[in-house]
Ligand binder design. Structure first.
Ligand SMILES: Nc1ncnc2c1ncn2[C@@H]1O[C@H](COP(=O)(O)OP(=O)(O)OP(=O)(O)O)[C@@H](O)[C@H]1O
Ligand SMILES: [Mg+2]
Length: 347
């Protein structure tokens, strides 16, 4: 059954109350004359988010630029950039707490059990290495020694991700390939060790629409054939709706709505989600101007109280500016953080 972990019912990834901060400056707290203690100050870019991904499930995160999607994704395999850190919460992967693991331990998990695909394949590939060697690298890193076996495995995965004539292409350099083919190489590299979780951060944004559709199909095939769970990040709700089982809507570092794609699309509750769905181009709107949500996402420098969407929300009342609304359960498939939802609060 989809979403169940080899019969145990445990999630593959469980993120609980995760907060991510960006270092702004530091102060020195003098304990006594000799010693001084460094204390970093953080501004929260992601605040108290919780979600889970079940085995073989495809979960999407959607939200406008700057709302914290990439930082959330990078925090899972321990890849946050310098100056950015996890300030609270837990990240359980397959029963192991990832937060606090050493880089060495994380390296063992990265590529092997969790891997990532990014937006721009050209900057992630080494221009000086033949693609066959690049795809083989994660295998070598995770202990594959037999050259013949590595070669065969590389050819097999190239075929699986739809790279034509793998025998010939194995000796090509990245610049000899189109953008779509390079993204296929990146995906091959990410799944060659058959990870349990693939994190894809806007993998189709830089591609034209036809190639985008092919890459989405490929993601779905990887999910079905290899059983890989996928965390798929996009600012494009249409893409999420085509690929994902469940969607998490993020706004200004917080989760505002979560549910099955069907439930969230058919019955959006949060005004932000409604705005996102309303701004999607559809056949019905053909010829009409696209609707956009007025205003913009607050920067992390702006002090926020209450619901961060309140300044843009047509239904906002005074209390919306006072405290962030609790998570409410609409049904098994759907949760929302909005005072207008009358469902019970998550305990
Ligand atoms: N290395 C960094 N140093 C300082 N601030 C950062 C860094 N990376 C991200 N931020 C800030 O953190 C916030 C969240 O960024 P993030 O990249 O996660 O957003 P995003 O939702 O992925 O946006 P986009 O859709 O544009 O990719 C933004 O305000 C961004 O400016
Ligand atoms: Mg991003």
């Amino acid at each position: 059954m989809r979403g169940k972990h080899e019969g145990t019912g445990l999630p593959l990834l469980a993120v609980r109350h995760l907060s991510i901060g960006i270092q702004t400056n530091h102060t020195y707290l003098k304990k006594n004359r000799e010693k001084s203690k460094k204390k970093w100050e953080y501004r929260l870019a992601v605040e108290d988010i919780s979600f889970q991904i079940n085995p073989e499930e495809i979960v999407g995160i959607v939200g406008e630029s700057g709302c914290g999607k990439t930082l959330t994704a990078l925090s899972i395999p321990g890849l946050l950039p310098e100056g950015v850190g996890i300030t609270g919460g837990t990240i359980q992967f397959n029963g192991t707490e990832l937060r606090g693991l050493s880089q060495r331990e994380l390296c063992r998990i990265r590529g092997n059990e969790i891997s990532m695909v990014f937006q721009e394949p050209m900057t992630s590939l080494n221009p000086l290495l033949k693609i066959g060697r690049q795809i083989a690298e994660p295998l070598a890193l995770h202990g594959w020694k037999n050259k013949r076996q590595v070669h065969d495995e590389v050819l097999e995965i190239m075929g699986k991700v739809g790279l034509p004539e793998p025998e010939r292409l194995i000796d090509a350099y990245p610049h000899q390939l189109s953008g779509g083919m390079r993204q296929r190489v990146m995906i091959a590299l990410a799944v060659v060790c058959k990870p349990k979780l693939l994190i894809a951060d806007e993998p189709t944004t830089a591609l034209d629409v036809t190639i985008q559709a092919q890459i989405l199909q490929l993601m779905k095939r990887i999910n079905q054939v290899l059983g890989t769970s996928i965390l798929f990040i996009s600012h494009d709700l249409a893409v999420i709706s085509r690929l994902c089982d469940r969607v998490l809507v993020m706004y200004a570092g917080k989760f505002v709505e979560e549910g099955t794609v069907r439930s969230v699309f058919n019955h959006p509750v949060h005004e932000y989600t409604k705005g996102l769905i309303g701004s999607m181009p559809s056949k019905a709107q053909k010829g009409k101007a696209l609707v956009s949500i007025p205003g913009k996402v607050p920067s992390i420098q702006e002090k926020r109280f209450g619901c961060p969407f309140a300044p843009r929300c047509l239904r906002a009342e005074a209390w919306c500016f006072a405290a962030f609304p609790e998570r409410r359960v609409l049904d098994d498939d759907h949760q929302v953080c909005c005072v207008w939802a009358t469902a019970p609060v998550v305990t």
